[in-house]
Design a binder for this molecule. Structure first.
Ligand code: FAD
Ligand code: SF4
Ligand code: SF4
Length: 467
């Protein structure tokens, strides 16, 4: 049946989710994924547009109409193979990519109804393959060249996979005891189960990539040392893992966490499984989360699952400016997270044991747009008010850790500590490339992967003398 003959289904097939009352008592995945029948029905909606505008919204350039057509033909094996020509982490992307701002934003169907749920279809075939065992592509003979990749987040893993598939030896150096970067230590289990991250990292290992954990580059080795030790090129994918703070009085009180610490305890150290795992976490009855991005939503929803009675997001702008994914804001609301817009904390107040018990906030109003394009929040005079909070989680942004920059003489960095590169990730030092959050500042999984892909191409050209 041609697209013209088919009646266009304007509504996408919805994805089953755990019921909110049930899911706030567990850390299991909220979105349950399509079954085969649902995936086929959603794939059927695709118009197979000749110009495929959806592809231009995908930073790793997946051939979307072709993989959807293969799903339609029930050839799931070929569909995932097609995706993996471009994307080595499809089960992850299918879950956490901000699809509404990427591929799906450009989908032709979006003009008359819901865009095709490209991410959900990607997740469906990625899960289908994982359950049956990965197909490992044939790797060409060794080129004799070696690349050191620093950091095992989505940028580093993408560079590593793409270069290994071209026959280069790749060693990933990771500071933490588990690979995956934010995918492992930041995004909670209920959005991205760690077995999925582990499985896709294992796939990359099977491509021949070696991952050395507990190696902090800048301390264990420096970049000049890596180049001297026989690596022909280095890729820096160290992310933006340094939390920002409000710098207001009382911020050092007990019970105030950076979202980084809070989420690392929960995800990486499995604090929600204490005492089976030995990292405890203390969450009070009233939890305030400052900020309104994905990190804030993750912290708020984790706090609810850890037993908080009331969790509220305090945000200095309004609902329209919230940077978190729409889907995750809706999930947070369904679970009972409350929102306090146009407010900002100016000080924290402690009890006589030094624990936070309240915070003073002021009202904000929105002025003209700032350099980010969003309307600038401005304090309203004499608008202070007190809010009770016995746990506070600060989720207002993250910046790069400066260790690499400080130990690599001559490396060009910006005033914000991000590394300067050209559009292909080349830094000002010969053979040294960078990409992901360390270059752009906090961004997204798929933009880090897109940067990794471009850098892998550039490194390959450099190593093969084509640059
Ligand atoms: P990272 O993922 O930060 O990985 C960097 C890695 O480098 C880390 O493993 C780190 O330990 C390692 N490292 C750092 N320094 C060194 C060193 N000196 N030596 C060795 N290793 C080092 N994006 C989305 O698209 N969708 C989402 O839903 C989403 N949710 C998020 C939720 C949270 C809680 C957070 C924190 C971020 C979220 N993001 C989301 C953003 C996204 O995860 C990041 O943009 C992305 O992970 C950046 O990838 P990266 O590879 O550049 O860095
Ligand atoms: Fe869309 Fe992300 Fe998949 Fe690309 S990787 S097709 S942007 S969901
Ligand atoms: Fe299918 Fe939408 Fe891409 Fe057209 S734009 S091919 S409808 S996914």
């Amino acid at each position: 049946m041609s697209a013209a003959e088919r009646k266009i289904q304007k509504k996408s097939v919805s994805m089953p989710k755990q019921n909110p009352e049930v899911r706030i008592r567990n850390f299991n995945e909220v979105a349950l994924g399509y079954n085969e029948e649902q995936a086929l029905a959603e794939a059927e909606r695709c118009l197979q547009c000749k110009n495929a505008p959806c592809i231009k919204g995908c930073p790793v350039e997946i051939d979307i109409p072709v993989f959807i057509k293969l799903i339609r033909e029930r050839n799931f094996e070929a569909a995932i193979k097609k995706i993996k020509e471009k994307n080595s982490l499809p089960a992850i992307c299918g879950r956490v990519c901000p699809q509404e701002e990427q591929c799906q934003k450009y989908c032709t169907l979006g003009k008359v109804g819901d865009p095709v749920s490209i991410g959900r279809l990607e997740r469906f075939v990625a899960d289908w393959e994982r359950e049956r065992g990965f197909n490992i592509p044939e790797i060409p003979a060794s080129t004799g060249k070696a690349v050191a990749v620093i950091g095992s987040g989505p940028a580093g893993l993408t560079v590593a996979a793409d270069l290994a598939k071209l026959g280069h030896k790749v060693v990933v150096f990771e500071a933490l005891h588990l690979p995956g970067g934010v995918l492992m230590y930041g995004i909670p289990e209920f959005r991205l189960p760690k077995v999925i991250v582990q499985a896709e990292v294992d796939y990359i290992r099977k491509l021949g990539v070696e991952i050395r954990l507990n190696h902090l580059i800048g301390r264990t080795y420096t970049i000049p040392e890596l180049l001297k030790r026989g690596f022909n090129a280095v890729f820096i994918g160290t992310g933006a893992g340094l939390p920002q703070f409000l710098n207001v009085p009382g911020e050092n009180l007990s019970g105030i966490y950076s979202a980084n610490e809070f989420l690392i305890r929960v995800n990486l150290m499995k604090a929600y499984m204490f005492p089976e795992y030995d990292t405890p976490i203390k969450v009070g009855r009233r939890v305030a989360v400052i900020g309104a991005g994905n990190v804030a939503m993750d912290a708020a929803r984790s706090a609810l699952r850890l037993g908080a009675e009331q969790v509220y997001i305090v945000y200095r702008r309004s609902r329209e400016e919230m940077p978190a994914r729409k889907e995750e804001i809706e999930n947070a609301e369904e679970e009972g997270v409350q929102f306090c817009f146009l407010a900002a904390p100016v000080r924290f107040i402690g009890d006589d044991r030094g624990w936070v018990k309240q915070m003073e906030c002021i009202r904000m109003e929105l002025g003209p747009p700032d350099e980010s394009g969003r309307r600038r929040p401005m304090p309203v005079k004499d608008s202070g008010f007190i809010v009770d909070a016995d746990t506070v989680i600060i989720a207002i942004g993250r910046t790069p850790n400066p260790i690499i920059q400080c130990t690599t003489e001559g490396l060009a960095v910006t005033q914000w500590g991000t590394i300067v590169t050209d559009e292909n990730g080349k830094t000002n030092i010969e053979g040294v490339y960078a990409g992901g959050d360390i270059v752009t500042g906090e961004a997204t999984v798929i933009s880090a992967m897109g940067a990794g892909k471009r850098a892998a191409r550039a490194i390959h050209e450099y190593l093969t003398g084509k640059a």
